[in-house]
Ligand binder design. Structure first.
Ligand SMILES: [Zn+2]
Length: 343
């Protein structure tokens, strides 16, 4: 095989009161000097203020950018600020962390991922999804220099964001199957280790569903570690292959097509049901877990329509150049939707 680089975070702190560890982490990383904290109004209240206080008490100067919506203009506004700072902190959910990733990578400034919700597997990954010219692009970024995940804060996130993270992980089951097809039919590079790690993250989600639903600390910890592991599996693979297949393409297509798309993880899990049905897999456990966690298993429970979902599934295969079950099988969409039970 051709050599490829596996890029990982240097420090990962997970636990209660994790922010108290910031001074030691920054010292270890040799990061002194001014910091730029990126957040949204909610995540500043939830976590950003506390992080700022801790850093200031340790002698750091901290500036802040509050992003309301991460548009292309907003990304550029943040990017032009970054080079005055020694490092960037992304304090928030998916979009905020992706913004920190993008601007940090573009400006070659280290960034720290400070998730406030366990809503997707981008916490640790070296990929960002960003808005450009009205479309969402997958962007190859640096891995976060550090991840600081406070379980008290993450465990108090809205249930919809917690179940979204679970949905993102559950879809790994079918993503890996798509990856295998890519290897079988096109000789794509496939990593047994990355695939196993990705599936393990889905399995831990299934076995922890009850604890996660009840916001038990062990459940939330398992979920956060599974999300980080999924990010690491992508680093090992050198692509998002282990965690993104037809399931994700369905979600990306819905993001363009639907008037009111749902959240990423929920859409990916529904895509996984369709992908599993298409390849004749037994997905009863996947579906049960979704139901247990309140992840929509029918279109009726979502904010998009059957017509939009049909278009999204039909267009999913052309959303990006990635070989999946959609390139192998052809099925009448309505009949597939019925068999998967989503209508
Ligand atoms: Zn995802």
């Amino acid at each position: 095989m051709d050599p490829h680089q596996i890029e990982l975070s240097r420090e990962i702190i997970i636990g209660n009161d994790a922010y108290e560890e910031f001074p030691q982490v920054l010292e270890k990383l040799g990061l002194r000097g001014p910091a730029l904290l990126i957040c949204d109004p909610t995540t500043f209240d939830v976590a950003g203020r506390r992080v700022t206080e801790i850093l200031k008490a340790d002698g750091f100067s901290v500036d802040r950018v509050v992003c309301n919506d991460v548009t292309e203009k907003e990304l550029e506004r943040v990017r032009t600020k970054v080079d005055h700072f020694r490092f960037v902190l992304g304090v928030g959910g998916g979009r905020i962390i992706d913004t920190a990733k993008y601007v940090g990578t573009e400006e070659s400034v280290p960034y720290i991922s400070v998730p406030t919700a366990p809503s997707h597997d981008g916490i640790a990954s070296s990929r960002a999804t960003i808005n450009k010219e009205d479309r969402r692009y997958s962007y190859k970024a640096d891995a976060p220099t550090a991840i600081v995940a406070d379980l008290d804060i993450i465990g108090n996130a809205p249930m919809e964001l917690i179940s979204a993270g679970c949905g993102d992980l559950l879809s790994n089951i079918t993503s890996v199957e798509d990856w295998k097809l890519g290897q079988r039919d096109n000789g794509e590079y496939y990593s047994d280790y990355a695939a196993a790690l990705s599936v393990l993250a889905a399995e831990i989600t299934i076995s922890s569903a009850d604890m996660i639903k009840n916001r038990e600390e062990r459940g939330i910890r398992n979920l956060v570690k599974a999300l980080i592991s999924a990010g690491i599996s992508m680093s090992i693979a050198g692509s998002s292959r282990p965690c993104s297949g037809a399931d994700h393409q369905f979600s990306h297509a819905l993001d363009y097509i639907a008037d009111r798309p749902g959240n990423h993880g929920h859409q990916c899990a529904m895509g996984a049901l369709l992908s599993a049905e298409m390849r004749g897999m037994d997905y009863s456990q996947l579906k049960r877990t979704m139901e247990e966690l309140g992840i929509p298993t029918t279109i009726e429970e979502t904010t998009f329509s059957e017509e939009e979902a049909t278009r999204a599934w039909n267009e999913a295969g052309s959303i990006r150049d990635r070989y999946t079950v959609l390139d192998v099988e052809e099925e009448e969409t309505r009949s597939l939707f019925k068999r998967a039970g989503i209508i």
